[in-house]
Ligand binder design. Structure first.
Ligand SMILES: [Zn+2]
Length: 253
């Protein structure tokens, strides 16, 4: 079983559980995990923050081990932005991309062996990378983006933040040569933002977000006698109106 704490790369760099950044990331992760319900069954989730200010990255290892680097956290300015990045990593876990990558590597190794019999080694490697490895990786990234945005919305974080985060990270990548690998095998930030902002996709995420908000209000109203059913009905009415507007008009993002 993969153990993050035992990895040489991370030794001495995992922030303690009482560190404010760790507390914040864990609290957001807990909300996302609650929203996942049984989708995360069978995985042994663990989220750690690793102190690597130069690494603008986050990743999910097979089995549900998620690592978030301080280098990416310094660029994220709200809980919703952190939820977008964490949601993406949870998305990889939920979709079992780790296991899929391992299977793909076995096939790629086999294909490389065959190709090398007909073309030179570097050509075989380039062909596999261009025609199989990158498309596969990008498909997984798109899946993780989609699942991640639905998860963050279900957990109560505004999903409209997600497309903006991926565009922001791409801009940072252009500004800093040492930005890390977070986007290297991903579709472009603009493309990711476009896919997530599609009216149908965003409307679905917004409905999940609204449902979470409604649930929170109801649980608050149970504890607060001052909240009247009339005001709840009014908020519901406004939310339904908002959703209608969102579905009927293309997303402004
Ligand atoms: Zn990813």
């Amino acid at each position: 079983m993969f153990d993050i704490a035992k990895e040489v790369e991370y030794q001495g760099k995992i922030l303690p559980s009482t560190h404010p950044q760790n507390v914040l990331v864990r609290s957001i992760s807990d909300n996302v995990m609650k929203a996942m319900k049984d989708k995360g069954d069978g995985l042994n989730w663990e989220v750690v923050v690793v102190d690597k200010p130069e690494d603008c990255n986050a990743c999910c290892y097979p089995g549900g081990k998620i690592v978030v680097y301080t280098g990416i956290l310094k660029h994220l300015t709200s809980d919703a932005e952190i939820a977008a990045v964490i949601g993406h990593e949870f998305g990889h876990g939920v979709a079992r991309h780790g296991a899929e990558s391992v299977t793909s590597l076995v096939w790629l190794g086999f294909l490389r062996f065959i190709l090398k019999r007909f073309v030179m080694s570097f050509i075989a490697n380039a062909m596999l990378k261009i025609f199989l490895k990158l498309p596969l990786s990008r498909r997984m990234e798109k899946e993780a983006d989609y699942i991640g945005m639905m998860l963050m919305a279900s957990a109560g974080y505004d999903p409209r933040v997600a497309p903006k985060v991926f565009e922001k990270l791409e801009k940072l990548m252009g500004d800093e040569s040492s930005i890390g690998e977070f986007l290297s095998t991903h579709p472009s930030g603009k493309k990711r933002a476009q896919l997530l902002s599609q009216p149908k996709v965003m409307a679905k995420a917004t409905r999940l977000y609204s449902a979470n908000m409604r649930e929170q209000r109801l649980s608050q109203s149970n504890n607060n006698d001052n909240t009247t059913s009339n005001s709840l009905a009014m908020i519901d009415l406004l939310q339904n109106l908002f959703l209608t507007v969102l579905v009927n008009h293309p997303s402004p993002w």
